[in-house]
Design a binder for this molecule. Structure first.
Ligand SMILES: Cc1cc2nc3c(=O)[nH]c(=O)nc-3n(C[C@H](O)[C@H](O)[C@H](O)COP(=O)(O)OP(=O)(O)OC[C@H]3O[C@@H](n4cnc5c(N)ncnc54)[C@H](O)[C@@H]3O)c2cc1C
Length: 553
């Protein structure tokens, strides 16, 4: 049976390919999809590759109807972490039979299998799991219960908050045909945490490639790809992919970094360890313990990223800005948003809370363990700032000068003072002096900068997904059994990495709302689930906020 005959009359068609190879099969598939007037609205290809860093990689496509997920993992690992139900499977020269059960667990009823190089044992194992072989492949059938597929959503949402989280949510939902009403208390985008002149973007490294490292890598790489699709950093929005040099704190830190580098797993365009002479040559300043160079890292102005994201939404976006303090109430099967004056400003079955630190004051999210962490960035004029070819960081960061301003930051404070203060500026200046090994750096700089409030969860990871109903939570020990608010989702807790969390978190949430294959491993999806705090509260665990920096590990 031709694939085109199989995908006819379906809204979505998912293909799993055990070997992406040089991408020619994917290209041919997309071409066939483009040419077929009876194509499914959405073609989703999930393919294994060995040419990328470990994990799932969602690769934005020029056509909104096509999604490509490349997975750099062995087949068994990929299947264990996959949340997709393929309608068509290509198997090429696969080894052993351990993949068969996990594959059958995921496969959609009636799916077609095409294979190359299967041995008798593999065919028998597949047949035992429900793959019925015929002339040119196999069809999957089973009596085992399947999870019901997500019903087609009603594609209307209110997104509350026009910082990077909300603007990315609007963009990724509109890309799927959703009508989005973006609601904001201020008259413009990015007037709170996302209002800094420059945010740094870079990945995180660790010896054990732990969950935060895997998540930030996925987020960083997806952000770079999505920004390129928007038109590019420095073109579609303000910023520069000038590179980030993260200096080592001390000799011990350098030793750990050398051990990571000696594994030889990091592609040089992602991260390169520089010994002191190389780091000093690049920087023109002392770097006694060397550092990591992230060549594709840099800085961007979050507000301009917000505008570029919203520009991609077209007519599907309605802006309701200047609404004052907005509240939500349930109205039948929908949510109603009211502005500060009590007037209704929007209604939809789905609400995305992207309200940053403001979520702590909304009835529906007040139980989430979110904290507002004050941060002050210092703005230095050229005569007060060391001139750098790239972003320099360690426990603080210093950007190259842009539009006549160098940004140095940022403090971490527990108080709620919105005013600039001299003590915070002194902290920033002291860190700058340490960074550039110059005790006179920034001497005489006038008090200038900006104060913002990061929204931080106890584990410092974002909250992405349907929000739990703490009052109705019950005594479950499993995320999937936690009671949730109907139609209420969160994109919160972006802490110090909002620039890179925003695109991937929005993409993940949009995929969840659509019932699409997810762009992340299930273990990572669970690590972001807002309901994790219901389980943790029950276990009565305590998670102090570690002393982290805006950019450091
Ligand atoms: C000093 C400092 C330095 C930072 N440095 C970096 C960095 O280098 N790199 C990086 O990636 N990140 C950095 N961050 C973090 C980054 O700024 C945040 O993670 C990001 O901006 C969060 O975006 P957001 O959309 O979640 O929140 P916000 O930008 O705060 O947006 C939330 C929006 O919701 C609106 N809102 C909230 N409640 C309501 C309500 N009830 N009614 C109506 N509107 C409401 C708010 O007005 C606001 O506009 C830094 C943050 C600070 C404070």
């Amino acid at each position: 049976m031709h694939l085109q005959d199989h995908w006819r009359d379906r809204a979505r068609y998912t293909v799993f390919d055990s070997d992406h190879g040089d991408g020619s099969r994917f290209a041919a598939l997309v071409e066939a999809w483009r040419l077929d007037p009876q194509r499914p609205a959405h073609l989703h290809v999930v393919a294994l590759t060995d040419s990328l860093q470990p994990g799932f990689h969602r690769i934005p496509q020029p056509d909104h109807g096509v999604t490509l997920d490349l997975i750099a993992a062995p087949l068994d690992t990929a299947l264990a972490e996959l949340n997709a139900h393929p309608d068509f499977i290509y198997l090429h020269s696969v080894q052993g039979t351990t993949f068969v059960r996990p594959l059958a667990r995921l496969t959609a009823l009636g799916a077609r299998l095409e294979s190359h190089g299967l041995d008798d044992e593999q065919r028998a194992a597949l047949a035992a799991q429900g793959f019925v072989f015929d002339g040119d492949g196999a069809t999957f059938s089973t009596r085992k219960p399947r999870l019901p597929s997500t019903p087609e959503p009603e594609r209307r949402a209110l997104v509350l908050g026009a910082g990077v989280a909300g603007c990315a949510a609007a963009a990724r939902l509109c890309a799927r045909g959703w009508q989005v009403t973006l609601i904001e208390r201020h008259p413009q985008v990015a007037m709170e945490a996302s209002g800094n002149l420059a945010g740094i973007f870079m990945p995180l490294l660790s010896r054990d490639d732990n969950i935060p490292t895997r998540l930030t890598r996925a987020a960083y790489l997806y952000a770079l790809r999505l920004w390129a699709q928007l038109g590019g950093i420095g073109r579609a929005f303000d910023g520069d992919m000038c590179g980030v040099l993260q200096l080592s704190r001390d000799a011990g830190h350098a030793a750990v970094s050398r051990a990571i580098a000696s594994d030889g797993k990091l592609p040089p365009d992602f991260a390169r360890w520089l010994e002191p002479p190389e780091a000093e040559a690049l920087l023109g300043l002392p770097a006694p313990d060397g550092g990591w160079l992230f060549p594709q890292g840099g800085w961007a102005r979050p507000g301009s990223v917000c505008e570029a994201l919203l520009a991609s939404c077209g007519d599907l976006l309605t802006r309701r800005f200047g609404a004052g303090e907005v509240s939500l109430e349930r109205m039948g099967d929908e949510w109603l948003a009211r502005g500060a004056d009590g007037n209704a400003i929007g209604q939809a079955p789905t609400v995305v809370l992207a309200s940053g630190a403001g979520a702590r004051h909304m009835a529906q999210s007040a139980d989430l363990p979110l904290q507002a962490l004050r941060g002050q960035v210092t703005h230095l004029a050229p005569e007060h700032a060391p001139q750098l070819p790239l972003v320099l960081c360690r426990e603080a960061y210093l950007t190259p000068s842009a539009h006549g301003v160098t940004c140095a930051g940022a403090t971490y404070d527990l108080d709620a003072d919105p005013q600039l203060r001299a003590a915070s500026q002194q902290e920033n200046v002291a860190r700058v002096r340490g960074l550039v090994s110059d005790p006179q750096a920034a001497a005489g700089a006038p008090l200038a900068g900006r104060v913002g409030f990061r929204c931080v969860a106890p584990d410092r990871l974002p909250l992405v997904g349907r929000l739990p109903d703490f009052a109705a939570a019950g005594a479950t020990e499993r995320l999937r059994d936690v009671a949730r608010h109907s139609g209420l989702y969160g994109l919160l807790g972006y802490a110090s990495r909002g620039l890179i969390w925003a695109p991937l978190a929005a993409e993940l949430l949009a995929a969840q709302l659509e019932g699409e294959p997810l762009p992340l491993e299930m273990a990572l999806v669970d690590a972001l689930d807002p309901a994790r705090f219901v389980l943790r509260a029950r276990r009565n665990s305590r998670h102090p906020v570690p002393n982290d920096s805006d950019i450091g590990p």
